[in-house]
Design a protein around this ligand. Structure first.
Ligand code: SGN
Ligand code: CA
Length: 536
């Protein structure tokens, strides 16, 4: 399906064939925007990117009928920060939301929903919000508090109350989205609907109807599962190891609850389970009891325990994903049935990528590939089809939606509109490198603060704060980022080039504090032609 050639679909193709001559100019209705974002869904688990594990026919359908971005990244691999980048089109140091633990989103700032609304769009957000302040710039919103709950979740409503709704969250968010489109949305106006799922977030609790799936499948450990982190002290210091019972709790994460058996997050799991009603709980226990029984009887250790944990993790993730894919299918079907599909841009992405055992990990945060990347597929009626290989980032979504709506993109937005790419153009001046900055430390999972630059082939990262460590990777010869080439004399030239690129991006995006931290870059290799750090 994915040849590298971009094809024009639908109306654009017809117009091109007809030579455009007689086609009378129709007053064009502004395009609707349906933006679907999941939490912690990763390219390795989406079959249009990777066929090893998952089958996601409905997500793939968006790519098949539209485009797949093969080089899609985030600016800061964490939920709240990623959402703030989406809304503002700016990096974290400009939108002020650096991490999940200390920040409150300044809801008075400029966001794309506000600008769309001013331009006559009807705007709505349903699902996970995770920005601490309440949504602004939406005609309609209904959000889950914090991370939300998979079962019988609470919803905070715009009316000011919080209600508990019986059911499974992925289904409920979809029900509410369809209901808004069908019942509440003003058909006279174009809409922009943000559907924000909690799935695939930890602790991967499947809907009871999907619990039995994939139990016959076993998954080999990824080749980097037993990574020794040599030359990468920040990677060695994380707490996101599947094998470690401290980091991945067999009780909370893998549901092995039993009286008298310890679990670091056992209390949290018991609390989550207490949300299930008797019927849900009976189905849950029916499924898990025999597995729990066997686990404590066999009590696997060492490599066998790591393999067992990895396999349970994979199965739980896939079961949860099944609901997600089904529900995205349901929403796409509604668009078709209601006649909206022909005039709606559909976007599917995640707030960041995730580790599925690579380096031995779950979670995200690092600037390494699995978590800096994020799935991104889009279907624009009449737009391009196939693969888009340019480097794109989540700060690009806001300007894309504004341009699509015919709204001027504010000067201070840092992302770039993807619309030309979606229309099959290849702008000669497209960016050649991406900037990244992660801040949440010290915190859960203990991933140190870092920033860096990634171009098509190389990546330079600086871990700072209570560490001062530079890392350089050749993604072409070392796609798993195992060999830090920072001190390799053969890489001195490219190291300098990357550093210059990094400084250039920090200046462009005005990340002043990061610029100051560059001072530890190896002596004699400060940026060429620069008065740094006095320029800013
Ligand atoms: C929770 C999870 C973490 C996860 C963060 C951030 N712990 O704190 O594992 O890294 O969210 O995730 S849990 O015990 O509450 O499950 S994010 O996607 O929201 O940024
Ligand atoms: Ca997330």
């Amino acid at each position: 399906m994915h040849n590298n050639r971009l094809l024009l679909g639908g109306a654009a193709a017809a117009a091109a064939l007809a030579g455009c001559a007689e086609a009378p100019e129709q007053p064009r209705r502004p395009m609707n925007i349906l933006y679907i974002m999941t939490d912690d869904h990763t390219q390795q688990m989406m079959s249009c990117y990777d066929t090893r594990y998952a089958s996601t026919p409905n997500l793939d359908r968006i790519a098949r009928e539209g485009v797949r971005f093969t080089n899609s990244f985030v600016a800061n691999s964490l939920s709240g920060p990623s959402r703030a980048c989406l809304l503002t089109g700016k990096h974290s140091h400009k939108n002020g939301f650096y991490d999940n633990t200390t920040c409150v989103f300044d809801a008075s700032q400029q966001t794309f929903p506000k600008l769309l609304r001013q331009a006559g769009y009807e705007t709505a957000v349903i699902g996970k919000w995770h920005l601490e302040s309440l949504p602004t710039g939406f005609d309609h919103w209904e959000i889950v508090p914090g991370q939300g709950d998979y079962y019988n979740p609470l919803f905070i409503r715009q009316e000011g109350d919080t209600v508990c709704v019986r059911g499974y969250l992925t289904n409920l968010i979809t029900d509410k989205s369809i209901e808004w489109l069908r019942e509440e949305h003003d058909p006279e106006k174009p809409f922009c609907l943000l559907v924000h799922h909690k799935a695939q977030h930890r602790n991967w609790m499947a809907d009871t109807c999907n619990l039995a799936l994939y139990e016959d499948r076993t998954f080999p450990l990824p080749e980097t599962f037993f990574d020794d982190y040599e030359g990468r002290p920040a990677a060695a210091a994380q707490e996101m190891s599947i094998a470690s019972d401290h980091d991945m709790d067999p009780v909370y994460d893998l549901k092995m609850l039993r009286e008298g058996k310890p679990g670091r997050l056992k209390g949290a799991y018991e609390q989550i389970l207490s949300r299930l009603d008797p019927e849900q709980r009976a189905a849950w226990d029916r499924f898990y009891d025999p597995i729990i029984e066997e686990f404590y009887r066999e009590n696997p250790q060492g490599r066998a325990r790591a393999e067992w944990k990895f396999n349970r993790y994979m199965r739980d993730y896939l079961k949860t994903l099944r609901s997600l894919d089904d529900n995205v299918g349901r929403l796409l079907d509604y668009l078709e049935a209601s006649g909206l599909a022909g005039n709606t841009l559909v976007v599917y992405t995640s707030d960041q990528g995730f580790y599925m055992g690579e380096h031995g990990w779950f979670d995200k945060r690092f600037m390494y590939e699995e978590s800096m990347r994020t799935p991104l597929v889009m279907r624009l009626p009449g737009g391009a089809r196939g693969d888009i290989d340019q480097l794109v980032q989540n700060i690009d979504y806001a300007p894309t939606f504004l341009e699509l709506a015919g709204v001027e993109i504010p000067e201070d937005m840092q992302g770039r509109s993807l619309l030309p790419l979606l229309r099959g153009e290849t702008p000669a001046d497209w960016r050649t490198a991406l900037y990244y900055h992660f801040y949440e430390y010290p915190a859960e999972h203990m991933v140190k603060r870092h920033y860096g630059v990634r171009n098509e082939r190389w990546k330079l990262i600086h871990f700072y704060d209570d560490i001062d460590q530079w890392e350089l990777y050749d993604l072409q010869t070392d796609p798993h980022e195992l060999h830090n080439r920072m001190d390799d004399p053969a890489c001195a030239g490219v190291r300098q080039e990357l550093f210059d690129e990094l400084v250039g991006l920090q200046k462009q995006y005005q990340d002043t504090l990061a610029l100051r931290r560059n001072a530890s870059f190896p002596a004699g290799q400060q940026p060429r032609q620069s008065t740094f750090p006095n320029e800013l």
